[in-house]
Design a protein around this ligand. Structure first.
Ligand SMILES: C[S@@+](CC[C@H](N)C(=O)[O-])C[C@H]1O[C@@H](n2cnc3c(N)ncnc32)[C@H](O)[C@@H]1O
Length: 235
């Protein structure tokens, strides 16, 4: 698809209504609409806030994955989407931040690949059933009930054999540095995830400690939750 068409489609889908949940990032408790606008503010800088390199867990998981249609939820500035497009995936990247998506498109142009970018709240984005070979979600922290609803649609959206990959902050991150949400509602608890994703065969479901290498390495170690699940050929 030509870049301009992808751009037009993004503009056509840009009537995003304010999000309807409240999040608590440590000292700051605010309406999520505000904190999402803050992402949009942060993305205004020329610098890529999360860098241009793909997430290391994503790279590890993909060694055995077939190429096809990939959906990136809360994709931000496009580091993972562009990586997937370079591997040959046909990529749709959804985010609520217009500035993030503009940077994702720029990164795609720099790499000579195309993305279908969609400006939407993931709560409203229609995930076509049985259509996706790969769905990814990196560090988009949603309230539990909203995430559970999204996960039901993710499971239904995967083709048999399709894969879901997720990484975000774990509950024990609250004992560490300032990165990530503090609200237990927003962090990724493996017990909750395994219930939400019960339609998938979870090949990876783990808590891990790693360096915050994509954002502020000076913040040191972070505690993350990682999941890779495959939709079985027969449910
Ligand atoms: C911490 S950033 C991570 C960006 C990207 N996944 C990465 O790892 O580089 C979280 C992203 O989720 C997006 N986001 C948060 N809530 C969203 C929602 N309800 N719908 C769509 N995007 C959302 C934000 O705009 C932001 O780009």
């Amino acid at each position: 698809m030509p870049v301009q068409d992808a751009q037009k489609r993004r503009e056509g889908e840009s009537r995003v209504k304010p999000v309807n949940y409240v999040v608590n990032y440590g000292a700051i408790t605010e309406n999520c609409e505000v904190s999402l606008r803050n992402w949009d503010e942060e993305y205004k800088s020329e610098e890529y806030v999360f860098g241009k390199e793909p997430n290391a867990f994503l790279v590890d998981c993909l060694s055995s994955v077939r190429v096809g249609k990939a959906l990136c939820l809360g994709e931000g500035e496009g580091r993972n989407a562009v990586y997937l497009a370079r591997l040959g995936y046909e990529v749709t990247a959804v985010d609520i931040s217009p500035n993030g998506l503009k940077k994702a498109e720029k990164l795609a142009r720099q790499n000579g690949v195309l993305l279908n970018t969609v400006h939407a709240d993931v709560q409203d984005f229609q995930i076509e059933s049985g259509a996706w070979d790969l769905i990814i979600n990196f560090f988009m922290h949603l309230p539990t009930a909203i995430r559970a609803t999204l996960h039901a649609r993710v499971v239904a959206g995967l083709r048999p054999g399709g894969i879901y990959i997720l990484e975000g902050f774990s509950p024990s991150q609250s004992e560490r540095n300032g990165a990530g949400p503090r609200d237990p509602e927003l962090v990724l608890n493996l017990e909750a995830l395994s219930t939400e994703l019960k339609g998938l065969d979870l090949r990876v479901a783990e808590y891990k400690t790693r360096l915050l290498d994509e954002r502020k390495p000076e913040l040191g170690w972070i505690s993350v939750t990682r999941v890779m699940g495959v939709r079985p050929a027969v449910d």
